[in-house]
Design a protein around this ligand. Structure first.
Ligand code: AMP
Length: 114
């Protein structure tokens, strides 16, 4: 989608600080980091929200999680821990409607989240 900023990042049309990419997945540093490490992991293909993920997207969902795990290791977060979260729709805090996984680390997090 040409009007989607994350689609534009995935195609290289919009610059981003990339952390990882493969055939299906792109990851880049968040523009407004909420933790010392804050990386967004997205599918190259456009899906607006988690609710668009049907059974045929099961493998892709796994790839997003696997990428987050590998990036966490690369960032040295595998000893102290990290958080992986997806906001779905506005009340959960979703502001960009291209599915993405937040990988957050480098500080302690509270629970429940705000
Ligand atoms: P969410 O609020 O869960 O939809 O998360 C969207 C995230 O995208 C926010 O943390 C924003 O800071 C981040 N963001 C928005 N535009 C960009 C961009 N061009 N490059 C990197 N991160 C962005």
């Amino acid at each position: 989608m040409s009007d989607c900023i994350f689609c534009r990042i995935a195609t290289g049309d919009l610059p981003a600080n990339l952390a990882y990419e493969d055939e299906d997945v792109v990851a880049f540093h968040d523009l407004h980091p909420q933790a010392p490490t804050h990386i967004l992991v997205i599918p190259r293909q456009h899906f607006s929200t988690l609710l668009d993920m049907e059974e045929e997207q099961t493998l892709l969902l796994g790839k997003l999680q696997r990428a987050a795990i590998e990036i966490a290791r690369q960032q040295g977060l595998d000893q102290e821990g990290f958080r992986v979260v997806t906001n779905c729709l506005e009340s959960a805090g979703q502001s960009v409607f291209h599915l993405h996984v937040h990988l957050l680390g480098g500080r302690a997090f509270t629970w429940p989240p705000g």
